[in-house]
Design a protein around this ligand. Structure first.
Ligand code: RAM
Length: 356
């Protein structure tokens, strides 16, 4: 495509101008000369062929979460298309530093790309920096690591967009007034904390003046703890109208609790959920509306971004473009962010069209 080529050339030229003298070659594995830092010192070659045989590892927040399985499944498909070597590893809990030992092992194994959903933006940084110094490309997805310890971040949708959608759904379900509460994942999760911040900002707007966020609690993305936290919220706040849970684990646990309690039909549950986990609660009337994106597309896009980085096609700089197989072309935005697309809202009308 003409526009594509023109754009790619413009980006390449811009990168050359920006990087100037610092651009003295790419960093390869085993080269300790400076992969770390917010922007790579390599120059993007938009015509570089994608390498085959790349070792691309996925490290989600935790393994025992259906969301991680769906997401990594998309990554596996993409790595297959790229003729690479796929690996999935991870802890069973989403605690701040639970991923560190996995990163260290992936460095030992000389992976080419580590895709990570960071359980804490900073706890993973020293190990990720070591990985970058060993020439490994870091693609954060779902939950970002600090900007200076990864190359790009695959964001499922814009942080602002997700936060706004959570506030809008809560407002609609509360009928424009009353008490709402948030049931989040872990207290250190980059993604949930960023979305909650947007919700809090949204609630300051005049259209939300009658909506009151009474409490935010954390179920740590553990089913039982999330269930108990939902129960606790309803006991502590008898006038609660809506529980907003921006985590697939939390929303499913809260819906399960409410569906078999006297709160069913009185307290609304909304947030971010997997259609397959939420279907029964939509069908039984506990949940009328929630949102999400296609998690497998995040994994798929992360693998292609990793391959583009490891092949020198992109460096993570703003304005660079690459093609992600069936998903088409993506442009890197500010701060190395690559946005998948807008979230989808699910209701009784459309939920049966989705199978993930
Ligand atoms: C949970 C995890 C994940 C988040 C989804 C919406 O599965 O916390 O990080 O993106 O919910």
């Amino acid at each position: 495509m003409r526009t594509h080529t023109t754009r790619a050339l413009a980006v390449a030229t811009a990168s050359l101008l920006t990087l100037g003298i610092a651009a003295c070659g790419g960093t390869s594995k085993g080269d300790n000369s400076g992969a770390a830092g917010p922007a790579s010192t390599a120059t993007a070659d938009p015509n570089a062929a994608l390498k085959e045989g790349l070792k691309i590892a996925f490290l989600p927040k935790q393994l025992n979460n259906p969301y991680s399985d769906v997401l990594a499944g998309g990554g596996e498909v993409a790595v297959g298309e790229l003729k690479g070597e796929y690996k999935l590893v991870g802890p069973n809990d989403a605690a701040a530093s639970s991923q560190v030992s996995y990163i260290n092992t992936l460095i030992q194994q000389q992976q080419d790309v580590i895709g990570i959903a960071a359980n804490d933006p900073n706890a993973v940084c020293p190990s990720l920096q070591q990985a970058r110094q060993a020439g490994i490309k870091i693609v954060s997805f779902d939950s970002d690591a600090s900007r200076d310890c990864r190359d790009v971040f695959i964001n499922q949708a814009t942080t602002q967009g997700i936060g706004e959608s959570l506030a809008t759904m809560a407002n609609e379900l509360a009928g424009g007034e009353g008490e709402i509460a948030i049931l989040s994942a872990t207290p250190n999760a980059t993604n949930q904390n960023a979305w909650i911040k947007v919700v809090e900002e949204e609630l300051k707007k005049p259209e939300y003046s009658k909506l009151k966020l009474v409490k935010t609690v954390y179920g740590n993305d553990e089913d039982q703890k999330s269930f108990q936290e939902a129960q606790g919220l309803l006991r502590s706040y008898p006038n609660l109208k809506v529980i907003v849970s921006p985590t697939t684990v939390g929303i499913a646990a809260a819906a399960r609790y409410v569906s078999s309690s006297s709160y069913k039909g009185k307290v609304a549950i909304t947030g971010l959920g997997l259609p397959n986990q939420m279907r029964e609660y939509v069908k039984d009337g506990t949940v009328s509306k929630f949102a999400l994106w296609v998690p497998s597309d995040i994994g798929y896009l992360a693998a292609y971004a990793g391959a583009a980085l490891a092949s020198g096609r992109i460096t993570g700089a703003e304005g660079e473009t690459f093609t992600a197989g069936k998903l088409g072309e993506y442009t890197i935005a500010a701060n190395g962010e690559i946005v998948l697309g807008p979230p989808t809202e699910f209701t009784a009308q459309n939920i049966d069209q989705f199978d993930f």
